[in-house]
Design a protein around this ligand. Sequence first.
Ligand SMILES: Nc1ncnc2c1ncn2[C@@H]1O[C@H](COP(=O)(O)OP(=O)(O)O)[C@@H](O)[C@H]1O
Ligand SMILES: [Mg+2]
Length: 585
Amino acid sequence: MLKTLAKCIREYKLASILSPLFVILEVVLECMIPFVIIYLGNAIQDGLNLWGTGGTLGIGQYAIILLAMSFLSLACGALAGVFCAKASTGFAKNLRKDMYYKIQDFSFENIDKFSTSSLVTRMTTDVNNVQFSYMMIVRMAFRCPVMLIFSVVMAFVIGGSLAWIFIVVIPPLTFVLLFIMRKAMPMFRRVFKKYDALNESIQENVKGIRVVKSYVREDYEKKKFNTASENLCADFTRAERLLAWNNPIMNFFFYGVLSSALFIGCYLGIKTGTDITWEISQIIVYGMQVLMSLMMLSMVFVMITMSMESARRICEVLTEESTLHNPENPVYDVADGSVDFDGVSFKYSANAEKNVLEDIDLHIRSGETIGIIGGTGSSKTSLVNLISRLYDVSEGSVRVGGKDVREYDLSTLRNQVAVVLQKNVLFSGTIKENLRWGNKDATDEELIDACKLAQADEFVSSFPKGYDTYIEQGGTNVSGGQKQRLCIARALLKKPKILILDDSTSAVDTKTDALIRKGLRDYIPATTKIIIAQRISSVEDADRIIVMESGKINGIGTHKELLKSNTIYAEVYNSQNKGGKNDEE
Ligand SMILES: Nc1ncnc2c1ncn2[C@@H]1O[C@H](COP(=O)(O)OP(=O)(O)O)[C@@H](O)[C@H]1O
Ligand SMILES: [Mg+2]
């Protein structure tokens, strides 16, 4: 895991090394300063010679050295801070970038595995956690141990035998701090898991807020949120309550050291008749530093624990292998719009029990218009997703233009096989920008032609800003049917050899639907058209209609043939024709 993360440091390696170096310098200086003060004190005691003579230094020199050292220490501290900020924010930037690039390469299967909201949490909250703990590592992880060791050594140099107090105190203190940490670690891990759950539930709610409102589920959602939120709060409090012990324990040990230093010092002083006030005061100064660094060290550990879970989740994304690969010697030319399924079986994940598609043999000629009818869950979408290789077959093969789809360069294939997905989306931007997803070089005339074909031109022109109308995020400012027509126009601009409409006219009235189909027939006769629909009227004029039922082809034929021979088709037809043409939605 660390290796994967370390790869993202890249151009910030230098900053990541310089920062702790400056930290160490700063600490060394900080620890030396009391030492100089002692000499300064001695010099003052020795009498008021400002500039030392012969071998000894005077007050003035010591004062200058002291000033220089404090200034240097300040400079080192500042530089360490600058490099640290650079290293940690840069590291986070690289993490985010690597994840984003990785996700762009993900296949639908990979995305199914993570879920969209979890990917968002991983790229935001998790990266923030790791960034913060990286900052702590770069600054504190070096500062504390160096400070600790240096302070103890200096305490021995100055305080002499009194410094033994530290050797006695540090082990039990370390033990207590470690104990608290060990208890806190699993608590924090649990807290972060709950945090994720809360995030995901909020995202789900906000995304679906319209549905929540229309089903008057606000109260239920509020309750759900409160439970999750209070749960999290309770767990957090428990973990923090434990950590809160750190401070009083440190204080206890600090005053313990203080009073024993005083006690032992006085005892020794009285016994030997020497004045050791100075040593005692120094022990107290270093004692502060020792205990502080121990406490900070324990905080660093807690921070690292808290971010471990985040780091793991980031690595999961970074090390995920896309399940779809471009072949070694890809084919860049799609000969024609023919589609062949040979003995195809398919399931969404290797460990799924049942096949979603079973033994499909299907041959579509180039230029043919194919309708697909079937209940929800009958695997219509799954069938067509195999043609543009959104998923790979589990058994058998799918050929487009006579070649296995796995032999094509992926972008070539997807440009020639245009799919208007069932869950189609527009992106924030103008209508023009959205349409140019289909073909970035399309002229304005081409855009308008495509929209005319898709019966979108009329309503787009009626907007005050026409084709420059801004589409809000998620396309909320156009109606369902308008969105569908724009998505069809976008696909048409690709000038594909195969056009797949997955329930793409469900929100369009029957008359417009018929006009769209007529347009497709007249203007792109050579393109193979595969139309999935709920309404018989949307497919009845197709060359052939496929009836899907539980992942299998139940029947193929023209409208007339199927009416006679296929009971499912006849049933659907009759139900939709009762009381005239039936418009869904
Ligand atoms: N991304 C997916 N992961 C796992 N199972 C899926 C996925 N998409 C669809 N399915 C399952 O595959 C079956 C067929 O779904 P689908 O092809 O969408 O049917 P249709 O388009 O005919 O409504 C359903 O049982 C559905 O639950
Ligand atoms: Mg579907």
